[in-house]
Design a protein around this ligand. Sequence first.
Ligand SMILES: NC(=O)c1ccc[n+]([C@@H]2O[C@H](COP(=O)([O-])OP(=O)(O)OC[C@H]3O[C@@H](n4cnc5c(N)ncnc54)[C@H](OP(=O)(O)O)[C@@H]3O)[C@@H](O)[C@H]2O)c1
Length: 330
Amino acid sequence: MMDFAAVRLEQSPEGKTEAHLKRLSDSDLMEGDVTLAVRASAVNFKDGLAVTGRLPVVRRWPMIPGVDAAAVVTESRDARWNPGDEVILTGWGVGETHLGAWSERMRVSGDWLVRRPDTLSPFEAMSLGTAGVTVAEGIDRLERLGVTPADGPIVVTGAAGGVGSMAVMLLASQGWGVTAVTGRPEEAERLRQLGAAEVIGRDLFAGPARPLGRERWAAAFDMVGSTVLAHLVSMLKPGGVAIACGNAAGMDLPSSVAPFILRGVSLVGVDSVRVPAARREAIWSHLAAVVDRDRLTAMTQVIPLAEAIEAGRRIVEGRVAGRTVVAIGG
Ligand SMILES: NC(=O)c1ccc[n+]([C@@H]2O[C@H](COP(=O)([O-])OP(=O)(O)OC[C@H]3O[C@@H](n4cnc5c(N)ncnc54)[C@H](OP(=O)(O)O)[C@@H]3O)[C@@H](O)[C@H]2O)c1
C-alpha cells in the first residue's frame, strides 16, 4: 500500500471547510479503473471555492480539490490505458464529487482521460488546463454562431485572471481585436503583451445596467456574471454574442430582454466540466497546435503543492494573476 501527499478538505460540524496537506494511503482513493501518479495540477476559481467553502461546490466529504491533472498511468484495468501513458484530466466532477488532483495519486474512470499531446509538457498542459478547454469551447460557440473578427472587437472581462488571460491570448492570436477589462491597472502591460488591443477598467460596468447601451463590441467573453454581464449584453452590436463563462462577481443576472429582442443578441453558456470525450481530444490537439508557448509561460506561475491551499484562498479574492500550475510529481 502506497502512501502519498494530498490536500484534504474536511467539513467541521458547524459546516466550515478545513483544508490541510496530509499523508493518505491508497485505501483513501475512490473507485476507478485507472490509477494515476499526478505530475501537475492547477489552481482554478472552483478550487478556491472548494478550499474556502464560499460556494458549495464540494459534494462529498472528505474531498481532495484540484479539477485539473497532468499525470502518468501507473495501473489500469481499462484496455485503452497502459502504465506509462501520459494523460490529461479536466472536469468530470473531479474536485467536486470525485477526489481531485491536488494529490500525488488519483484513481479515476478511464473515460475521463485524454492522451497528453507530445508537444505539451505536463506544466504547459496544466497552464492551459480547464482555462484552455473553456476558452476553446467559447471560441467554438462564436464560430458556430458565425461571429468573426470582421464583425468588430471582442471584450473579455476578468481579463487578468486565469481564464481571462487565456481568452485574451487565444482570441488575439485568432485575429480578434480584444478589449481586456481588468480591475487591476498594474496588469495592463501584461495583458497588452498577451495581445490585448485595449485595456480598460471596470467603471463602464458599475451600477445597474440600462436595457440598451452604446453598441461597442461584436462579442463578449465574460468571467464575472451579475451586473457586469448585464452591462455587456446591453453594449453588444446587433447580432452580437456574449459567452457566459463565469460567476466571479455572482450567480445573478440583472438584465433585460431588450438586447435579445431589439438587437438579436445571443447569450451562450459554456460548461467545461461535461465536454464530450471525443471533443476533448480535438480541443487538446488544437490547443497544442496553436498555443504560443512563450506567452503561455509568461502568464503562468508554478507553485509547490504545499502552497496550493493559500493560492486557492487568494484566487477567490481576485488576487491571482494569470494561471497557477501546481507542481506535484514532476
Ligand atoms: N464555464 C466553465 O466551464 C468555467 C471554467 C473555468 C472557470 N469558470 C469560471 O470563470 C471564472 C474565472 O475563473 P478563473 O479560474 O479565471 O478565476 P480568476 O483567475 O480568479 O479570474 C477571475 C477574475 O474575475 C475578475 N473579478 C473577480 N471578482 C470580480 C468582481 N467582483 N467584479 C468584477 N470582476 C471581478 C478578476 O479579474 P480582474 O482583476 O482582471 O478584474 C479576477 O481575476 C470563475 O467564475 C470560474 O468559476 C467557468
